[in-house]
Design a protein around this ligand. Structure first.
Ligand code: NDP
Length: 288
């Protein structure tokens, strides 16, 4: 069974290691390889991979929107998210596109029993990851979602596209932000990605502008995944440190990464998602 990943860059992706572990756990013969796609070549690359016998592809940055047009059919969630992270070539040759980031992103919250129904959730960021998590939160019955982004027009665009009265946009220094009273805060910006002490300092500056002492945050969820172990935290990120200092439990994006991978794997191979998830979760976060 031939599987793979397309994006740019892909060299440091953990997806091949995750999917190879799942192939072994499922007792399947096959491989999962990463393909770097140069700008403007995605259609040719994908066509040649299908020709080569590949049946499933994950899609990462910056191609998640571009591949929408390469699909013969799209799942409802891909349409709502406006992005595809999983391509599946069906037996009849039809290319099906879906998005496992949405359900993968909500999974760690669900698994911890975090109450989403009726919650006020603050989402930092307004890119593709933010959009996916907002779609997932809306489906789980949250009361309100505040979207806070450095570029406010991008947050407004996201809110207009998703067109749901529960979404509002908030700016960082506004009085509305303190009054919003989120119980859950999610970092969907790329701040903290590959943190070094230097850029972590800059990130602390941004997160420390949040009026955390006016809120009762129960959970902080960083979609950025990290390989660092600092301050006694596996998967340390600047966001987690700031939110944890304010007294809330936190996680990074590793479980989301693994869950979306396991969901894609289960779609392609028609095998049990929990077996794939367990095998993938046991994979080291960083290449050894
Ligand atoms: P995008 O490039 O689409 O969006 C990046 C977001 O980060 C924008 O909202 C941008 O704001 C904001 N941002 C970047 N730098 C700064 C800064 N210095 N100060 C304030 N805001 C900043 O990326 P994605 O939405 O696709 O991904 C965001 C992150 O989510 C990724 O870096 C990745 O770590 C994580 N992710 C994790 C996944 C997982 O499985 N765990 C899956 C997908 C993503 P602006 O609009 O103003 O530029």
């Amino acid at each position: 069974m031939k599987l793979g990943l397309i994006g740019n860059p892909v060299a440091h992706s953990r997806s091949p290691a995750l999917h190879r572990a799942a192939l072994i756990a499922a007792g399947l013969d096959g491989d999962y390889t990463a393909h770097r796609v140069a700008p403007g070549t995605v259609e040719d690359v994908v066509r040649s991979l299908w020709k080569d016998g590949v049946i499933g592809l994950n899609v990462t940055l910056p191609l998640k929107v571009e591949v929408l047009s390469l699909c013969d059919e799209l799942s409802d969630v891909a349409i709502r998210a406006g992005a595809v992270n999983t391509l599946h070539r069906l037996n009849n040759g039809v290319i099906h596109g879906t998005n496992t980031d949405v359900s993968g992103g909500i999974f760690p919250l669900k698994q911890r029993g975090i109450e989403l129904s009726g919650a006020n959730v603050l989402v930092l960021g307004a890119g593709g990851a933010a959009r996916g998590i907002v779609v997932g939160l809306l489906a789980k019955g949250v009361a309100r979602i505040g979207v806070l982004n450095r570029t406010i027009t991008r947050a407004q665009h996201l809110a207009a596209e998703l067109n749901d009265a529960r979404i509002c946009t908030i700016s960082i220094d506004s009085g509305e932000l303190a009054a919003f009273q989120p119980s859950i805060i999610i970092n969907a910006t790329s701040i903290g990605l590959g943190s070094t002490p230097l850029n972590a300092d800059q990130a602390f500056g941004w997160f420390q502008r949040l009026p955390l002492s006016s809120w009762s945050i129960v959970f902080g969820y960083d979609l950025v995944y990290s390989t660092q172990n600092t301050s006694g935290m596996t998967g340390w990120t600047p966001f987690r440190e700031v939110i944890q200092d304010a007294g809330a439990a936190t996680i990074d994006g590793w479980e989301m990464l693994v869950r979306q991978a396991a969901l894609s794997f289960a779609i392609w191979t028609k095998t049990d998602v929990e077996t794939a998830y367990a095998a993938m979760l046991a994979t080291p976060r960083a290449a050894r």
